[in-house]
Design a protein around this ligand. Structure first.
Ligand SMILES: Nc1nc2c(ncn2[C@@H]2O[C@H](COP(=O)(O)OP(=O)(O)OP(=O)(O)O)[C@@H](O)[C@H]2O)c(=O)[nH]1
Ligand SMILES: [Mg+2]
Length: 227
């Protein structure tokens, strides 16, 4: 059952996650210590039973055409909470970390980014090539935008809904995390990273194509210069 007046909106993008979505929602309900949240599943017309299972688990459903970026943007726009959390559907992110993210927002940060590359964080899911690509993009973003990020291509975050206007997000696909990081810095938001551990996708298929999406991320980094 959805909370009608939630303080927090947890947005989960999904594409064919029928094997994972129920577990993800159950884990959120079990491990998040507060109750005043809604769960929004933003789906790109999955061809499996993702929507059916998400509905049965009590999530609000949004549908759009292909793209994680578009799905997240629509999910954010539909959020009723003052704080928005984005979390993946494949059990890679530990829901208990949301509790720490909320503390960061409560003490005054505008946006709290999970980082796999600070003490206490880690990943058992990232391949060597993606680790190197991410490292290079972190370096580039820090250089071009005078930032201090340790991670970039990681979608586990929380932020105040009222910063959305400043972020002015446009990404359709996997450039969305990069766009959020850059626009947060360009908008002078109060940013914090917290350690996050990324577990291996429990089942189903990855949607990210290393080179196609690497190119999109690079293009996002360059395009944001003129914004
Ligand atoms: N709505 C929507 N969600 C998507 C799309 N592509 C990916 N997602 C979701 O975004 C989240 C992250 O996508 P993944 O495919 O797991 O990407 P990844 O985590 O980089 O890849 P793995 O390491 O293999 O898990 C998952 O919850 C996906 O279901 C899309 O086109 N539309
Ligand atoms: Mg994943």
């Amino acid at each position: 059952m959805q909370n009608r007046n939630p303080r927090i909106s947890i947005v989960i993008p999904t594409l064919n996650e029928e094997k994972n979505i129920r577990k993800t929602i159950t884990a959120i309900k079990k491990r998040v210590t507060f109750k005043d949240y809604e769960i929004i599943v933003s789906d790109s017309y999955s061809s499996d039973r993702t929507i059916e299972y998400a509905k049965a688990a009590g999530a609000k459903i949004i549908r759009s055409k292909h793209g994680k970026g578009l799905a997240l943007r629509l999910g954010f726009a539909a959020s009723k909470g003052k704080i928005i959390v984005s979390i993946d559907a494949d059990m890679s992110n530990r829901p208990e970390e949301i509790n720490l993210m909320m503390s960061a927002i409560d003490i005054g940060y505008d946006i709290c980014m999970g980082s796999r590359f600070i003490a206490g964080g880690g990943s058992e899911d990232i391949s060597q090539i993606r680790r190197m690509g991410n490292k290079f993009f972190v370096f580039l973003v820090n250089l071009l935008y005078n930032a201090n990020y340790t991670d970039l291509c990681y979608g586990y975050r929380a932020f105040r809904k009222d910063v959305l206007k400043k972020l002015n997000l446009k990404s359709e696909g996997f450039g969305i995390e990069t766009e959020i990081s850059i626009m947060a810095k360009k908008s002078n938001l109060n940013i914090i990273e917290i350690p996050s551990f990324e577990k291996i996708r429990i089942s189903g298929e990855s949607n990210l194509k290393t080179f196609r999406d690497g190119y999109i991320i690079l293009k996002t980094i360059i395009d944001c210069i003129s914004r």
